[in-house]
Design a protein around this ligand. Structure first.
Ligand code: SAM
Length: 232
């Protein structure tokens, strides 16, 4: 695999700054913490080598096995809705490339490791879990992110409860185990709808009660699993 040389590194940094500044100017990025995280995580490290030159095109890109790394604005919107904080324990369902997990790890763990925040991320396709692990290692996030292979629609009870849960695949409804594994005062963000059209749903748990708020329309690859869709 060809690693970026110095001029590639400079070019990628420049392109990253431009797209983040643009998303900030048009109000997609709202908070300093999300802005800083998107500026710090090198998206090019999470893209298959032959597509790296498109790392800062704000679109989903193929990562193999029929899956995609989400567009940069979608990662920004979901991270803003999730509102992660330093020290939080986060579960991500749908690791894909590992990029979203790295953005979350920047906020909950890397900026202040003394608070012991951590990201657990679960991926159904073992080859993609391996791809993500390598990407996270190259970009220096593996200390803060644990990658698990499995059906994330069941959550990951071993480390529950979680302060934040994010699902980056489209589901027919909110998987029951994820609600159970959410901490009190916790928040869950998930695209819910049919296989071709979803809306972002924000679920909050307060004193054991569940509150739901619908957000923007979106289109994600399907969540395949016990509490998701069945295989094609
Ligand atoms: N967050 C990813 C990133 O930053 O690259 C993008 C995720 S991609 C849009 C959705 C991912 O969810 C795919 O990699 C897919 O294999 C995975 N997936 C689908 N159903 C799943 C399940 N039940 N459990 C875990 N992962 C699942």
């Amino acid at each position: 695999m060809k690693l970026p040389n110095t001029s590639d590194k400079w070019r990628f940094e420049n392109e990253r700054k431009k797209v983040v500044e643009y998303l900030w100017r048009i109000g997609i990025i709202k908070s300093e913490k999300v802005k800083k995280a998107l500026l710090n995580v090198p998206r090019e490290e999470f893209i298959p080598p032959h597509l790296r030159e498109y790392a800062y095109v704000d679109e989903p890109l193929p990562i193999g096995y029929g899956q995609t790394i989400s567009a940069i604005h979608m990662v920004a919107i979901m991270t803003e809705e999730l509102d992660p904080e330093s020290g939080h324990k986060v579960l991500e369902v749908g690791t894909g490339s590992g990029y979203q997990a790295a953005v979350l790890a920047e906020i909950v763990a890397k900026q202040d490791p003394s608070k012991k925040g951590h990201v657990y991320t679960i991926e159904k396709i073992s080859e993609l879990a391996e791809f993500a692990k390598k990407n996270l290692e190259r970009a220096s996030y593996s200390k803060y992110v644990t990658v698990i292979v499995g059906d994330g629609s069941l959550g990951y009870p071993e480390e529950a409860p979680y302060d934040r849960i994010i699902v980056t695949a489209g589901a027919p409804d909110v998987p029951k185990p994820l609600i159970e594994q959410l901490n009190d005062n916790g928040r869950l963000v998930i695209p819910v709808g049919n296989r071709f059209f979803q809306k972002l749903l924000v679920v909050e748990k307060k004193n054991g009660k569940i509150y739901k708020k619908w957000g923007i329309e979106c289109l994600f690859v399907p969540l395949i699993g016990k509490y998701g869709w069945t295989e094609y």
